[in-house]
Design a protein around this ligand. Structure first.
Ligand code: PEP
Ligand code: MN
Length: 358
């Protein structure tokens, strides 16, 4: 793909690994922003984030203060020297953010999914040279992500970065949004040189997972991390479970192992690491699916109990076995492997049903 992006070193922020984008999910008050920013300032290389407008999944949640909060970004910048970033989702947001000279803008996951909205933002930004970051769309469709980047690029923007914040998956329970690292790897392959930021906060939905996800991103050579940070995380008006106190953020950052590319063969390590991370990802999905399958098997057990039917229905089992073996063969999986796998799964289902029967 021929996208001519400005080099990282020409950005007004420093991608010297890693860039840390930190600050609250939402701009709530001047006092909240300023006290958070003052604590963050102690750490090197911080870009201060806060959402002025919040796209909420359900109505009647806190939807941000809007343009009134943009004045607070100016004050934070003036008092701490930190550059600032906020999310924009339409022409009005862009106009206001430009007026207050927010340093970096980002497009949220709920906006990247909508080409009309992205085009509107691109048109409103055209001629401005504003740095902009594009979060992955909610659904794992890499073309929507690329398409948004292309629309901005066609509008003349050349400082474009990507933010990987994970993807919605039904009934997943380890993460708020499953990472699917391979999609971010693929984006980087298709748009070489694009700065990649990982957002462990929206991937995890839970502050306890932030260190591990951040370390993975660093091992995969990401250029930066976006981590939600709030002076009083539990009282945050949005995303309170995933936000960190600035002191905890700094502790996490100080414990991250940043590998030295001079000493270690990082190229090799990171490609091996990337493949291992993809395996971890896939196993996580596999185990989730298995768990859901067992839950359904238990429901079937309850039905059988109610109707007084035996657990083993031989005909059903035979047809299931042969159809899955055929499907497995089409996917390049041997009959022997499919046989062992299906029998192990079936045995576990039967054990669950026996428990229910008795
Ligand atoms: C956010 O950064 O607070 C946000 C709303 O993120 P996302 O668009 O990734 O959900
Ligand atoms: Mn948030």
């Amino acid at each position: 793909m021929n996208l001519y992006l400005d080099e990282k070193k020409s950005w007004p922020i420093d991608f010297k690994k890693p860039l840390i984008i930190a600050g609250p999910c939402s701009a709530e008050s001047l006092e909240q922003m300023l006290s958070t920013a003052k604590k963050l300032k102690k750490y090197k290389n911080i870009l201060f984030r806060a959402g002025a407008w919040k796209p909420r999944t359900r109505p009647n949640s806190f939807e941000g203060i809007g343009e009134k909060s943009l004045r607070w970004f100016e004050i934070v910048k003036k008092e701490t020297g930190l550059k600032t970033a906020t999310e924009v989702a339409n022409t009005h947001h862009v106009e206001e953010a430009l007026k207050y000279d927010i340093d970096v803008l980002w497009i949220g996951a709920r906006t990247t999914v909508n080409p009309f909205a992205v085009q509107e933002i691109a048109d409103a930004l055209s001629g401005s040279k504003k740095p902009i970051m594009v979060k992955n769309p909610i659904n794992p469709d890499i073309n929507l992500w690329i398409g948004a980047i292309e629309r901005l690029h066609s509008a003349g923007l050349k400082k474009i970065a990507a933010i990987h914040r994970g993807f919605f998956a039904y009934n997943n329970n380890k993460y708020r949004n499953i990472p699917q690292w391979q999609l971010a790897v693929e984006l980087r392959r298709k748009i070489p040189g694009i700065p990649m930021i990982c957002d462990p906060s929206h991937i995890s939905g839970n502050r306890d997972l932030i260190f591990d996800i951040s370390q993975k991103a660093i091992d995969m050579n990401y250029d930066g991390l976006m981590i939600e940070t709030h002076i009083n995380p539990d009282e945050a008006l949005s995303d309170n479970a995933q936000q960190l106190h600035p002191n905890r953020l700094i502790e996490i950052l100080e414990n991250l192992v940043i590998r030295n590319s001079e000493i270690e063969n990082t190229e090799f390590k990171s490609s091996l690491e990337q493949l291992r991370i993809q395996i971890d990802d896939l196993d996580n999905e596999l185990l989730d699916v298995l768990k859901r399958r067992m839950n359904v098997a238990e429901k079937i057990g309850e039905h059988k109990k109610e109707k007084g039917v035996t657990i083993l229905q031989s005909k059903r089992w035979e047809s299931l076995l042969s159809s899955r073996i055929d499907q497995g063969k089409k996917n390049g999986l041997s009959e022997e492997f499919m046989n062992k796998l299906l029998k192990a799964i079936h045995q576990e289902s039967i054990n669950r049903q026996i428990k229910i029967m008795n």
